[in-house]
Write a protein that binds this ligand. Structure first.
Ligand SMILES: Cc1cc2nc3c(=O)[nH]c(=O)nc-3n(C[C@H](O)[C@H](O)[C@H](O)COP(=O)(O)OP(=O)(O)OC[C@H]3O[C@@H](n4cnc5c(N)ncnc54)[C@H](O)[C@@H]3O)c2cc1C
Length: 381
């Protein structure tokens, strides 16, 4: 469906397709089996501009648009959902928050190092007791002179142990409704009291780094505060709007990768004296997959276009994520079915795609939350 893409984006797609086939595919299954974050790939991600896709050239970034960001994530996901999650969260959440709401000094300090991969970015909103209801967080930041003292626990944090810094959301005002009393802080790795307390074993995206973070009397200077005091919840909703486009793109890539595998397998595998691709039951799965994925791609491109045009795109980003993630899970499931018993083994990548795709229905807001966002906009109009 690349007929409408500018040349720069077509080149980006082809470059990343080649890179992922050559340097990621041979390792992705192993990284998943070992549940190991592949630190060795980080310098290559930086060389390709994948760690600063939307960051301005002034800070060393590639300064490309939202569509380029979506294409980059999609291409990574075609081969490895974990790698796509790393690229999506690093760009969209951690560095995205600094890019959107950071002071000039914060941008100068963090963005160039994020672009080179010296510091990967993490972003900590979710807690053990609050996910969908993220304003219900209990982590607190209390002002003490020129510093803030942060206490709490964060859950499911991507790049939580390998990140060079983490944007942490904390309650700073208990006397106002929850959403009006939350602030953001940039906490550097190695800050006393800040640690990855637990690595989480996961169903999918197993070579993405996901941890529980502990913050015990973590002291940060006021210069580390990101954005206005008490305003970060609203900032966070904007960050998630962009992030949702990238999770939709991740789902699309996982689905496209699974469909490619299913097509190859359906042509090669024979039953009852002919390729299984000759059976209508298989053809219908393939046709439904292609149709669903193309529709998802159009929703993603619409959300990207609206964002670049400076128009509201919250509901459209939610629709793209909701649709793309549910389509991807179905496509990956059907692709596994087409592989029969082999699909159920770890000798083929299709089961990894299915496990990775499920995350897209949960991360950065579950499908239920996307439906809430879409309905809210619909009823308000
Ligand atoms: C691999 C992975 C990586 C992640 N990375 C990050 C990260 O980097 N940073 C970060 O901050 N978070 C991260 N998350 C957290 C993720 O965003 C949350 O898991 C997600 O928002 C859901 O929150 P929860 O797990 O607490 O589920 P809950 O909110 O407890 O939801 C449980 C179930 O109840 C449903 N539900 C909840 N409220 C409603 C309602 N009002 N109506 C209908 N249904 C409802 C949900 O849809 C879900 O099905 C990550 C999660 C995973 C799994």
């Amino acid at each position: 469906m690349d007929f409408e893409l500018p040349e720069s984006h077509r080149i980006l797609r082809q470059t990343l397709r080649d890179f992922c086939e050559r340097e990621v595919r041979p390792h992705a299954r192993g990284w998943d089996a070992e549940e190991r974050f592949p630190l060795e790939i980080v310098p290559r991600l930086a060389e390709l501009g994948l760690l600063g896709i939307r960051i301005p050239e002034a800070y060393g970034g590639a300064e490309m648009d939202t569509l380029a960001y979506a294409i980059a994530v999609e291409e990574c996901a075609r081969v490895d959902g974990s790698l796509a999650l790393t690229v999506a969260s690093h760009n969209g959440l951690g560095t995205g928050h600094i890019l959107a709401f950071g002071s000039e000094a914060q941008k100068q300090k963090y963005l160039p190092r994020a672009v080179t991969g010296e510091w990967l970015a993490a972003w900590a909103l979710t807690e053990p007791g609050s996910g969908s209801d993220s304003a219900g967080m209990t982590t607190t930041a209390v002002r003490d002179g020129d510093e803030w003292v942060i206490n709490g626990t964060k859950m499911f944090i991507t790049q939580g142990s390998v990140g060079g810094f983490c944007v942490v959301l904390a309650r700073t005002n208990k006397d106002v409704p929850a959403s009006r009393g939350i602030s953001a802080f940039i906490v550097d790795r190695g800050t006393p009291g800040f640690s990855a307390s637990r690595k989480l074993e996961k169903y999918g995206c197993r070579s993405s780094d996901t941890v529980e973070l502990s913050l015990e009397n973590v002291r940060v200077a006021d210069e580390q505060r990101l954005g206005e005091v008490d305003h970060a919840f609203y900032d966070t909703m904007q960050i998630l709007d962009t992030g949702r486009i990238s999770i939709a793109a991740m789902a699309l890539g996982l689905g496209r990768g699974a469909l490619a595998m299913a097509l190859t397998y359906a042509r090669d595998r024979e039953a009852f004296g002919k390729p299984i691709a000759d059976f209508q039951a298989i053809q219908w799965k393939l046709a439904d997959a292609q149709t669903g994925l193309d529709a998802a791609e159009l929703l993603i491109h619409r959300a990207c276009w609206l964002r670049e045009a400076g128009q509201p795109y919250s509901a459209e980003a939610a629709m793209a994520k909701l649709f793309a993630s549910e389509v991807a899970t179905r496509v990956c499931n059907d692709a596994l079915q087409i592989h029969g018993g082999y699909g159920y083994t770890r000798e083929f990548d299709v089961e990894r795609h299915l496990r990775d795709a499920k995350l897209c229905e949960i991360g950065e807001g579950t499908s239920e939350v996307q439906r809430m966002v879409i309905a809210k906009h619909l009823l308000r109009r």
